[in-house]
Design a protein around this ligand. Structure first.
Ligand code: SF4
Length: 412
């Protein structure tokens, strides 16, 4: 196994990006590594998950567990929520382990060699379980912004390949299936899972190996898309800028919801297209543009953030400057201001608003189970505001009242 290099050019976690845009790894080299409070918070939450898993699956003493937990709790970014998410993580692992006919082999924080597929590649699996004919890997995600799906997830598939290589020597031909689970408890009670046969996973590895090599060798091919979101060069990438500013390129864009060719023809006919291009955008044009320009707002925000940081660093962005944003007045000391009011004869009841905590805050305080026991009969979920989504979205379509009345009339 190669010595892991913390700065290996291609990582499994960025595989979604370099598999789509082979130019990204070398392009990103010129930008500094950034760290964020979110990333540091994730690292701490991971460490707590690992400790809880060690308590459950290994012979760590109570004393050692408490001492390590105390150290982790003393960190600035620690929050009580991390203990709950670690419990949820261990609950998931326990469920998986119990799904095996006999007790599986369980290994935590397993470093895997990915160099058969990615030059100099390595990675760490949060948990590997092997029993019967199945190898299962689990990855914990602390983020609550974007749900991460295990379905055809290249990071997970690479980890699975690495785990297969590591345990192949011991378990050999016994392993026929690989399952992968992403546990993201702050976003969902259910882990996202994906399973495939070992031979399919190995075949996928063969397909991506030359792509990884091309990305490693460089210069690669720039290809903007969804995967730009976490690219270090996303604000200054010319290819991405050209993509979002060249609207003529949108002509060939796919329609949201993946229409069949026949449906597309029908719609085109119904829309009266084909003869002259009208000066007004048709609904078909709107659909095409909505799909093609989905990342436009995010790209423009990245550009604004970059320009702001460049100006703050003393650089020039011609035609732009920094100004002071709006700010609201505030008391220098709320306590002293209140004391002054009380001293002036005002009743405290006039000064304070007594407000209960929000539903989410109370649920967080009680935990989901107690919350459900005590308060479920008082919870309603009003209908959400109609929101635009691609036809492929899993949620049921919202039917406007006018259309519903009309359909009710037709159906008698
Ligand atoms: S911003 Fe997108 S297109 Fe540009 S290098 Fe990064 S991943 Fe590739």
């Amino acid at each position: 196994m190669p010595t892991p290099n913390a700065h290996a050019l291609l990582s499994a976690s960025s595989a979604h990006r370099w598999l789509n845009c082979t130019a990204a790894p070398h392009f990103e080299e010129q930008f500094p590594d950034g760290t964020s409070a979110y990333a540091e918070e994730g690292t701490l939450a991971h460490a707590i998950c690992e400790l809880y898993a060690r308590k459950h699956f290994t012979a760590i003493t109570k004393r050692k567990f408490n001492a390590e937990l105390k150290k982790l709790k003393a960190q600035e970014l620690f929050s009580e929520e991390m203990l709950k998410t670690a419990e949820a993580y261990v609950e998931y692992l326990t469920e998986k382990a119990m799904g095996y006919v006999s007790k599986p082999h369980v290994a935590l924080e397993v470093q895997v060699d990915l160099s058969d597929y990615i030059p100099e590649g390595f990675g760490t699996c949060d948990c590997v379980m092997i029993g019967g004919d199945t190898l299962h890997i689990t990855d914990y995600k602390h983020g609550k912004g974007v749900p991460v799906s295990a379905y055809e997830n290249p990071q997970m598939m690479l980890y699975a390949l690495g785990a297969l290589k590591l345990y192949g020597a011991v378990f050999g031909e016994q392993i026929k299936k690989v399952s992968m689970g992403i546990c993201q408890p702050r976003l969902s009670d259910e882990a996202s899972e994906y399973e495939l046969a070992v031979e399919d996973l190995l075949a996928w590895g063969k397909v991506i190996q030359p792509v990884a090599q091309a990305a490693f060798d460089g210069p690669g091919e720039f290809k903007p898309g969804d995967h730009c979101r976490f690219c270090k060069g996303k604000a200054q990438c010319r290819a991405r800028a050209e993509y979002y500013t060249a609207f003529s390129k949108y002509e060939d864009a796919e329609i949201a919801g993946k229409m069949t060719a026949a449906e597309f023809d029908d719609w085109e006919q119904a829309d009266g297209l084909g003869a002259e291009v009208p000066p007004i955008l048709t609904n078909l044009d709107v659909a095409t543009l909505l799909t093609a320009a989905a990342g436009l707002a995010a790209w423009y925000k990245d550009l604004q953030e970059y320009a702001t940081s460049a100006l703050l660093a003393g650089e020039e962005i011609p035609g732009y400057k920094l100004v002071e944003g709006r700010s609201n007045r505030a008391f220098t000391s709320v306590d002293e201001a209140v004391q002054a009011l009380v001293a002036a004869g005002y009743d405290e009841a006039m000064i304070y608003d007594r407000k209960p905590k929000t539903l989410s805050e109370i649920e967080k305080m009680l935990g989901k189970k107690t919350f459900a026991e005590l308060l479920s009969e008082y919870v309603v979920k009003p209908k959400g505001k109609p929101t635009l989504a691609p036809a492929t979205d899993k949620r049921e379509a919202f039917i406007p009242e006018a259309k519903k009345d009309f359909e009710d009339l037709l159906n008698g």
